[in-house]
Write a protein that binds this ligand. Structure first.
Ligand code: FAD
Length: 453
């Protein structure tokens, strides 16, 4: 790509921070003030807080994606991942899906590649566990859970049946609890259609600390645990998983030490860590690997580099504790995006009319859906539960969806889903689109080979 005379702004990652920053920049910058470029391996942003609703089948997967080219007409969008970044020479290395690589030069960079799931060295984990951070994982889990119900309904072997109907989820933060809330609600709702009893299903939530949902008050956390327990979910606090080879999940520390549960399903939501692509950059990092930012969302001691969201350590000026940092939430990422875009615009213009401002946001609280008509919410001092919290959860995320078209589609999904019984088609075959052709090719070869012999 040839360099233009105008300064080039490169955004690495079109997620919550990247997309919202891009939208503000394209709204506020006058034509010719900057050349706008965004790189992301995906062609869309995924609205992650609605992934649990995708897993439950309440919302179509496509409807929680925002096509980058549609909402960013002033941007040149590159579909590729930035595999390295040398801010000293202001170049980023882009890798396309076919493996081709080249350097992109820039003047300003917004580093927003987010985070990845944090794993632990548990034997058997990579073979058995599925994360819950991507659309593929949410869609897979929906199909997988329905297929396990189908397996249990079709086998005469009690051990196979028990394994199929045991679902373990590790990590009791809100992402994990919402995933468990929606998936357990969906599976118990449809169990009778498979000829299964709700009590045949075993859902286990494993949490290493002494309570789930640390993001809300202890009272609401206890209420959430209560809702799940009443549904039949076993909650194992102060517990870790020490091994899960071959689906034999062994518990480590705590009350359940050395207990073993056999399961075909392990969902791993035990925290996140900054995107490992940051290892291939010359940006300053803290002890957890986050890019060190100042309150203006500038990378420390790196003029022209900006950051925020899950990959960054941004001071939380609203928190009185010295050294407090913003938590990795969409709530912060979206608000940081606005501040970052304003500060970057001010620096690009350099006229001093709107000097950069520090990022300051008092955490508004948390909302979480736990399945149909059930939720918990804490907004400033107000605590809600049940249907009001569930409505607030839906309303809040609906309002934040960054596309009117997607808003309409999600709303339509919710209306239709409330009118009809749950859809129980398990579309697991989507994961292996070549299987039918390969089987046909094999079958065609066999008679020929047999005939020759
Ligand atoms: C299931 C779930 C539920 C959640 N619910 C809530 C909630 O209710 N409320 C809340 O506040 N937060 C919630 N969160 C957290 C929230 O989604 C994240 O904090 C937020 O997405 C962080 O924004 P980000 O821009 O830093 O990263 P992301 O939104 O993850 O965006 C990162 C982007 O970078 C791209 N990328 C990755 N690597 C590269 C690369 N090498 N080159 C270029 N691009 C790259 C990715 O494709 C992605 O598009 C939830 C998260 C999950 C997983």
């Amino acid at each position: 790509m040839t360099r233009a005379a105008t300064p080039r702004v490169l955004i690495v990652g079109g997620g919550h921070l990247g997309l919202y920053t891009a939208r503000h920049l394209q709204q506020h910058l006058r034509p010719g003030e900057a050349e706008l470029v965004l790189a992301d391996p995906k062609s869309h942003m995924t609205y992650q807080p609605l992934l649990p609703e995708v897993a439950a089948g309440n919302v179509e997967p496509r409807h929680v994606t925002i096509p980058l080219r549609r909402v960013l007409p002033r941007f040149h969008v590159f579909n590729g991942e930035i595999v390295a970044l040398a801010h000293g020479s202001r170049t980023a290395r882009l890798r396309l899906i076919d493996g081709e690589e080249y350097d992109l030069a820039y003047d300003h960079v917004v580093v927003a590649p987010g985070s990845v799931v944090r794993t632990l060295p548990v034997p058997g984990l990579p073979e058995l566990a599925v994360g819950f951070k991507t659309l593929a994982e949410a869609v897979y889990l929906r199909n997988h859970v329905l297929m396990q119900l189908g397996l249990a309904a079709s086998t005469f072997d009690p051990r196979v049946r028990r394994r199929a109907l045991t679902f373990v989820l590790a990590g009791g933060g809100y992402a994990g609890v919402e995933a468990l809330g929606e998936l357990s609600d969906m599976s118990m709702d449809v169990a009778p259609v498979f000829g299964l009893r709700r009590q045949d299903l075993r859902w286990i939530l494993v949490e290493a600390t002494d309570r789930i949902m640390p993001e809300v008050s202890p009272e609401l956390s206890e209420y959430t645990a209560d809702v799940l327990r009443r549904r039949g979910v076993e909650i194992r606090l102060n517990t870790t998983i020490s091994s899960c080879v071959g689906g034999r999940i062994r518990f480590g520390a705590g009350l359940y030490a050395d207990d073993v549960v056999e399961a075909n399903t392990l969902v791993w939501t035990a925290g996140v860590r900054p995107n490992p692509m940051l290892d291939k950059t010359d940006l300053p990092r803290d002890d957890k690997g986050r890019v060190v930012a100042d309150a203006y969302l500038r990378v420390r001691a790196m003029p022209g580099a900006w950051t925020g969201g899950d990959c960054a350590a941004v001071p939380d000026l609203a928190c009185p504790e010295p050294g407090a940092l913003c938590t990795p939430t969409a709530q912060h990422a979206v608000r940081q995006a606005r501040r970052l875009a304003d500060n970057l615009t001010s620096e690009l213009r350099g006229d001093g009319r709107h000097p950069p401002q520090p990022y300051l946001h008092r955490h508004a609280g948390s909302v979480a859906g736990l399945g149909r008509f059930q939720g918990v919410a804490q907004v400033y001092e107000i605590r809600l539960r049940g249907v009001p919290a569930w409505l607030l959860h839906r309303g809040y995320h609906w309002a934040l969806l960054p596309s009117r078209v997607r808003k309409m589609r999600v709303l339509t999904d919710w209306v239709l889903e409330s009118l009809f019984p749950r859809d129980i088609s398990a579309l697991g075959e989507l994961e292996q689109p070549r299987r039918a052709l390969q089987a046909a090719a094999r079958a065609q070869q066999q008679p020929l080979a047999a005939g020759r012999a």
